[in-house]
Each structure stands twice: as C-alpha cells, then as structure tokens.
Design a protein around this ligand. Structure first.
Ligand SMILES: Nc1nc2c(ncn2[C@@H]2O[C@H](COP(=O)(O)OP(=O)(O)OP(=O)(O)O)[C@@H](O)[C@H]2O)c(=O)[nH]1
Ligand SMILES: [Mg+2]
Length: 372
C-alpha cells in the first residue's frame, strides 16, 4: 500500500506538577519547603529520512502522543523528564496544520452572569450551546508548518509542557513556608496533514502505455512494472540516473495522465504533486500511436492537464521525447507532429530497445544543470 497523504493527531506530553513538601528531620523539625519541580513533557519530533518512501507507518499509527513529565517529589527531588518521540517521515513530507472551518452563521453567545446562593457572581454555562466535538475529517488544510526535504532534517511538531515549580522555589524571607506549587504546563497539540511530495529533479509525464516505466528502467536501476495495458504504474516510482563522473539525477515516474484527469478520469491528477517540485518535466509521447491516439493530440492534452492541475507546471523547462520510434507508423507520425507542433525540440528514442538513450541522458543533464 502506498500512502502519500494522511491526517494525524499529535500531542506533546504535559509537564509534571510541582510538589508541596516540607523537610522534617529529627533535629530540623521545621526544615523549610522542599517540594521538587515537575519534569518536562515529551516533544513530538519529526525527522526526514531517505530510507522511507511513503507514509505507511503513520497510516497505522495516526495518533502521535508523547508521555507527560513526572511529578516533583519531597526532599527536593524533581520529577523525571519524559522521553521525546521521534517519528521518521520520508524526505519531501510537507506538514500542514488542520483547522475546523469557521461557521459564518455561528453567533457568539454572551455568557449569562448569575448570582449564586452564597451571593457570589458566576457565569452560567448553557450546555446546549457547547461546541460540537471537532471532526478531523472535516478539517481544512490551513498553514504550512514544515517542509522536510533533506535527510536528517528535524522539526518539533508539538513542544512538551514545562514542569511546574515546587514550593521550595517560592520561599522568601517574608513567606518561608509557601503551601503552593505550580501545576505543569500542558503540551502543544493539534491536527495535522502530512503530505508527501517526492523530491526528484526530473519528472516523467505521459499517457498510459507511452513507455515511462520502460524509460526509467533503461536509465536507472529502478525496476517498475512494465506491461502493455494502461495504468500499470499506480504509485510514483523513483530512479537514479548515474553519469560516469558520479553526477546523479533523480527521476520520478508517475501514473499515466489522461484527458479529463482533472475531472478524476483515469487515476485523476493528484499524483502530479509528486512532480510539482521537479526542475524539469519530461513529456513522453507514444509516437507510433499504438493505442489509436495521435501524438500531437496527446501533447496538447498533456499540457492542458498540467495547466489545469497547476498553471506553474508549464513554467518549468521541459523535454519532449518521442518514444516507440522502432514501430513502422512512428516516422510518418513524427513528420506530421513536426508540422503541427512547431518550436518543440524532440528527442527520439525507442526505450524498449535502448535506442536514443545517450542523447536523452545528455540533454536531461544539460537541462537540469541550466535550470538549477
Ligand atoms: N515497440 C516499443 N514498445 C515499447 C517501447 N517502450 C515501451 N514499450 C512498450 O509499451 C508498453 C507500455 O510500457 P510501460 O513502460 O509500462 O508504459 P507506461 O507509460 O509506464 O504505462 P503506465 O504505467 O500504464 O502509465 C509495454 O508493453 C512496453 O514494452 C518502445 O520503445 N518500443
Ligand atoms: Mg508505468
């Protein structure tokens, strides 16, 4: 199972409460205040790791709750600090805060002030007006809290509460026996959305069956499934293309994009988030038209769907690749394509037969380095 979006509830630990205690020893019957401080609550910390490639761990554990700190004790003993919890997430995880939508019709109710039997003034709470419990599923993505891109990068999602001070901290010359201590502070908590956007330099976009996975297999050690039916690739796949001088370019293969993807046709277009951060887009066309479509229509549709997903996608430099050039219909289609779509620099190849790959590798490197 591939999980690239998950809603999480996180709560840091509360601080332990401070202690009220006094020293009583055989020869010091009034030894003074000795209540220790409470320990601090544990933090919830996120760490980006390049060993992970999806958020499956959070799918099975969507509640990240750290322990509270220990209470202060007598004889000046402080409570123990709670352990932080460290959660590993894949590189490229964006953390958004979630908030309940504000109801514009909600009228703030004025609290009623009443007089109690003892004559004190108090606020009357109308239980029928109590806020409805929050529904995390209805919460909306609000603010970007963190973007964990580099391996080892950490972010404290929720900070644990400080422990309360024990009564020995409050002794003064005029108040030598304070009979109070601080309660611990509560830890931060909140609902969050974890969204994974892969970190790759180049993204392969194309219709299903265009040969994206075949190209990724030919240029890297990645082994995505290749088959002659549409939507073979269901999740993004990462491959690393190596050059003789050890330069590496990370390439991301995503599922096929089809006409109407913005209306959820095919697999929709949500998966395009994984190539949103790419520097270069590689538009792969089936130049032989093996599925009965024409490559020039495919090209226009791909651009249209990219624009409908996010208009900034078209600002990225792109390489256009004509695949399946070994097929008989490909050369004739290529001629028509060049007439219909002008000012496009095409790289021709037959990925399944390793034809045209050196030129592709060279042009991709050139484009990535110029885009940096
Ligand atoms: N003749 C020919 N067939 C190719 C070439 N490249 C890929 N194919 C075939 O096209 C079919 C689809 O290839 P895939 O790599 O799975 O295509 P894809 O774009 O990843 O498809 P989806 O994952 O479904 O989006 C497979 O049967 C490949 O063998 C090529 O250069 N020439
Ligand atoms: Mg594929």
């Amino acid at each position: 199972m591939f999980v690239d979006e998950i809603r999480i509830f996180a709560r840091a630990g509360h601080g332990g409460k401070g202690c009220v205690a006094f020293t009583r020893e055989k020869y010091r019957p009034k030894g003074g205040p000795s209540g220790g401080n409470g320990g601090r609550g544990g933090d919830v910390i996120l760490e980006a790791s390049h060993d992970l490639n999806n958020l499956i761990a959070q799918f099975f554990n969507p509640r990240l709750i750290a322990d509270g700190g220990g209470q202060g004790l007598g004889q000046g003993c402080d409570g123990h600090a709670a352990k932080d919890i460290l959660i590993k997430v894949p590189c490229g995880t964006m953390i958004w805060s979630l908030e309940s939508p504000v109801d514009p019709d909600a009228v703030p109710t004025n609290p009623k002030i009443i007089k109690t039997e003892s004559g004190e003034l108090a606020e009357e709470i109308d239980l029928s007006q109590e806020a409805a419990p929050t529904n995390p599923a209805a919460m909306q993505k609000c603010e970007l809290v963190a973007d964990l891109t580099a391996d080892g990068q950490r972010h404290v999602l929720c900070k644990g509460g400080r422990g309360g001070l024990g009564n020995r901290n409050f002794a003064t010359s005029t108040r030598q026996a304070p009979r109070f201590a601080q309660p611990g502070e509560s830890g931060d908590e909140g609902h969050f959305l974890f969204e994974l956007r892969m970190i790759a330099e180049a993204g392969l976009v194309g219709y299903p069956n265009a040969g994206k996975s075949t190209l990724l297999t030919a240029i890297s050690h990645a082994r995505p499934k290749i088959a002659p039916y549409p939507f073979t690739t269901l999740h993004p796949q990462i491959g690393i293309m190596e050059y003789p001088d050890w330069r590496r370019i990370v390439v991301c293969d995503v599922p096929g994009l089809v006409e109407g993807a913005h209306k959820n046709v095919g697999l929709g277009h949500e998966f395009l988030r994984h190539i949103e951060r790419c520097k270069i887009l590689v538009l792969l066309l089936d130049m032989a038209g093996t599925d009965g479509r024409t490559p020039w229509d495919d090209y226009r549709q791909l651009l249209k769907e990219l624009k409908l997903y996010n208009p900034t996608m078209l600002d990225k430099p792109r390489l256009v690749v004509a695949n399946k050039m070994d097929e008989p219909a490909a050369n004739a289609n290529l001629k028509v394509f060049k007439q219909k779509v002008r000012r496009v620099n095409l790289i021709t190849m037959a990925a399944a037969f390793d034809v045209g790959l050196p030129e592709f590798r060279q042009q991709l490197r050139h484009a990535v380095e110029n885009a940096a």
